[in-house]
Design a protein around this ligand. Structure first.
Ligand code: URA
Length: 239
């Protein structure tokens, strides 16, 4: 349940500007659950019945846009780059003002959600939400089972911060090229966390790709391309 100011509710549902709606409330033209209320009153748009001049005002259902992008490397996640580099918004051209949900480093590729739903951004990026993010990381050298165990248990990054227990498994070891590929699933979002975790086990990162956010993967999307998310996928992320 989220309470919002009555004048905001009225304005969002097309009665008039917020200022004008304040006047209507003061003039006694607005009722909530059958009673005239004063300025400052807050309503639950889903439960309360709001009337203006005797007519019931219903909450309009907002249509938001949710996009899944497979970000290529070399593109920055910010909405507007101070150095004029290519941003994810140059790749996703839609009419509404979408913003990235969280971020990926310039040299990390993979799954990134963009939306114009501020509430979704807030919920999904809040640490308490703990959404799993699955990365595929290519490393110089041969990764041992012991290394993977350390990644699972937690390693020290950033002045003693111990990363939370993670999932980690070896996907491939190339003895000839002396490189390893590891899958790491974390539910935190510290700055450059996966790179730092790999540094903490003494390994250099060659490539980092976010394969999945929750269960939402990008293997069917070519790098640099995007698609709209389904309602089911949006709900799944918010669960
Ligand atoms: N961890 C990193 O190191 N970089 C990213 O972009 C995401 C997670």
């Amino acid at each position: 349940m989220e309470l919002i100011r009555l004048q905001k509710f009225l304005a969002e549902n097309g009665i008039a500007s917020r200022r004008k709606c304040e006047e209507y409330i003061i003039d006694g033209r607005v009722k909530v659950n059958g009673k005239t209320v004063e300025l400052g009153f807050k309503v639950d748009p889903e439960k309360d019945e709001v009337e203006f001049d005797g007519k019931i005002i219903r909450q309009e259902k907002k249509e938001f846009t949710y996009i899944l992008l497979n970000k290529p490397i070399g593109v920055v996640t910010s909405a507007d780059d101070q150095f004029d580099r290519e941003t994810v918004l140059d790749l996703v051209k839609v009419k509404t003002r979408v913003v990235p949900v969280g971020r990926l480093d310039m040299y990390t590729s993979g799954a990134l959600i963009l939306t114009d739903d501020g509430d979704f951004v807030y919920k999904v990026t809040h640490p308490k939400h703990e959404i799993n993010k699955t990365y595929t990381v290519t490393l110089v050298g041969i990764v041992s089972n012991e290394d993977v165990e350390k990644l699972r248990r937690g390693v020290e990054i950033d002045d003693g911060y111990l990363t939370k227990p993670a999932k980690a498994r070896i996907l491939k070891i190339d003895e000839q090229k002396k490189i390893s590929r590891v899958e790491i699933t974390i539910h935190e979002g510290k700055n450059r966390q996966v790179r730092k975790m790999c540094e903490a086990i003494g390994k250099k990162v060659i490539a980092l790709h976010r394969a999945k956010i929750g269960n939402l993967g990008v293997k069917d999307l070519k790098l640099g391309t995007w698609r709209y998310m389904t309602q089911k996928e949006v709900e799944e992320i918010l669960k």
